[in-house]
Design a protein around this ligand. Sequence first.
Ligand SMILES: *[C@@H]1O[C@H](CO)[C@@H](O)[C@H](O)[C@H]1NC(C)=O
Ligand SMILES: *[C@@H]1O[C@H](CO)[C@@H](O)[C@H](O)[C@H]1NC(C)=O
Ligand SMILES: *[C@@H]1O[C@H](CO)[C@@H](O)[C@H](O)[C@H]1NC(C)=O
Ligand SMILES: *[C@@H]1O[C@H](CO)[C@@H](O)[C@H](O)[C@H]1NC(C)=O
Length: 316
Amino acid sequence: MFTSAPYTSALLVLLCLLDHSSSYLPPSSSQCNRNLYPQPWNLRFDQISILMSGFAEKRLPLVRQIARSYSVSPIVNAIYILWGNMSTPWQLLNQTDSLSLGAPIYIVRQDSTSLNDRFLPRAFIQTRAVLICDDDITITLDELKFLFQMWKENERRIVGFFPRSHEYQIHQKSWIYTIHPDRYSIMLTKVMIIATDYLYQYTCKMPKGVKAYIDSQMNCEDIAMNFVVANATDQGPLLVSGNPRDWGDTRNSDSDFSVSGLSAKKEHRKKRGDCITVFHQLWEGMPLRYSYGKVVNNVEEQVLCQKNDTLVRCNS
Ligand SMILES: *[C@@H]1O[C@H](CO)[C@@H](O)[C@H](O)[C@H]1NC(C)=O
Ligand SMILES: *[C@@H]1O[C@H](CO)[C@@H](O)[C@H](O)[C@H]1NC(C)=O
Ligand SMILES: *[C@@H]1O[C@H](CO)[C@@H](O)[C@H](O)[C@H]1NC(C)=O
Ligand SMILES: *[C@@H]1O[C@H](CO)[C@@H](O)[C@H](O)[C@H]1NC(C)=O
């Protein structure tokens, strides 16, 4: 029956593809078909996938170096460099093949320059958690391990290194975006871990209008993710102590609090405050919650003493 070979094999390939998802949807709406993605309980819990956003060609050498350094870690399942510059020629990106020292490194070209695309759910992700990071931040493998450990104990929350805060201005009747010395409600996507499932929730379950607003402002996708998670958990994010190295991006950067006076930075903060105000309206409430304090990686060894027949802490 299947004799016209080329036609048949193409058909069979198509059938195999269709077989993976139980129902076929056209590409535009297929993103939100749950069946396209592994079920959370089928994903690995002992490893993490890294989604690193890259855009500037001049930083490609740094991106490669960062990806290579993460590939050594046994807790890293795979590293995906989400490349957002659509004009970058393939030849520039293709030199990643021999980079890996362990975990595979992939370049994933984004289909658009929308900031929302960094949070697209991906059928290829095989882990329950993803590390979201920018291309100009490095953390040590010990910090990565600790961050992942803390996420495992708080798997519904955002766990990260860079905290920010929202605050209400009574007179202006609007929200501001700020740094508060002892509380925080927003974790920056410079580097953070979230459950993989939040990518789906961000893309498919956010209130209408949020993604369009982000596209119009070219900003605040990270704040929206914090809204998604806070709304799902009714909890704030978790801050972990560490010393991530920031190589200083200017695009969508938040280094605005360390340098004084520049009007561009003031403008950036204002824009982010406006995002909070708009998201508050679109969510019809304020899901963001404050957290206090941070988790410290205490490497101090527990010295045990034998007292009678049992081991107890020496200072107890
Ligand atoms: C994006 O790619 C184009 C084409 O290679 C390049 O001219 C441009 O500088 C790139 N943008 C950045 C920010 O690197
Ligand atoms: C780069 O890699 C892609 C995907 O593997 C391939 O389609 C393309 O031909 C490669 N381009 C070059 C210039 O090597
Ligand atoms: C926020 O959380 C509430 C309570 O769980 C839920 O009913 C609502 O649908 C959520 N809103 C969004 C936009 O996810
Ligand atoms: C050790 O055991 C003895 C006998 O059981 C008991 O009298 C003594 O109080 C114990 N010492 C400590 C430090 O627990």
